[in-house]
Ligand binder design. Structure first.
Ligand SMILES: C[S@@+](CC[C@H](N)C(=O)[O-])C[C@H]1O[C@@H](n2cnc3c(N)ncnc32)[C@H](O)[C@@H]1O
Length: 191
């Protein structure tokens, strides 16, 4: 399985209809739609992106694929994921089933220089971990192949390696026989 498919599998195995979940990097909305399908019309998806056109494209994708009323099942937030605690309702804290991060830049976008950065990614990651329920999962797809990407990957890896093993299981999924610096997945499950 590709890292992206494996991230979705880990999430699908843990999310039920009616759950609250987070797409920390909406981009073209592939994961946002995937999450909306999982939680259904009783659930809630918070989606963050700093690019206005990513939010607009994702709203269009959601509408095209059916009944997902933007701002009811899916709340699309044009702001940095590092501010997620300002948006996720108090009542949802400790009950979030999954948060997905697909880091790096949006391929094919006009703004390929807009990349996620270690400093804000780490704030967002720890915010997401604080929101998880027991059995919930945070997935991060890391791209060490672009400028800045390997530093971000290293800092994220270092930070999750230090999480208490009493509280979290941390998994790394990586193709060891691929040349160069291929993307890989980190997943953190709250015990
Ligand atoms: C690899 S793309 C995400 C792809 C997306 N998951 C999809 O399925 O199409 C990374 C996205 O992160 C966004 N981004 C960068 N910094 C961010 C931040 N601080 N908060 C939220 N989104 C950010 C970029 O604008 C970009 O759209």
């Amino acid at each position: 399985m590709s890292v992206l498919s494996f991230a979705q599998k880990l999430v699908a195995d843990r999310v039920r209809a009616g759950d609250t979940v987070i797409d920390a990097t909406v981009g073209n909305g592939v994961d946002t739609l995937f999450l909306a399908n999982l939680v259904g019309d009783r659930g809630l998806v918070y989606g963050f992106d700093i690019q206005e056109d990513a939010i607009a494209k994702t709203a269009a994708r959601l509408q095209e694929h059916g009944t997902y009323h933007v701002n009811r099942i899916v709340q699309l937030i044009h702001d940095g994921h590092e501010k997620m605690l300002n948006y996720v309702e108090q009542s949802q804290r400790g009950s979030v089933a999954a948060a997905m991060f697909n880091l790096g830049y949006l391929p094919g976008s006009d703004h390929m220089h807009i990349i996620t950065k270690a400093e804000t990614t780490l704030v967002a990651l720890h915010s997401a971990l604080s929101l998880l329920r027991a059995g919930g999962v945070v997935t991060l797809v890391l791209y060490p192949g672009h400028d800045g990407g390997s530093d971000e990957a290293l800092q994220v890896e270092r930070s999750v390696s230090e999480l208490s093993s009493q509280e979290f299981d941390v998994l790394c999924y990586r193709m060891l026989n691929r040349r160069g610096r291929p993307p890989y997945l980190l997943a953190i499950e709250k015990k």
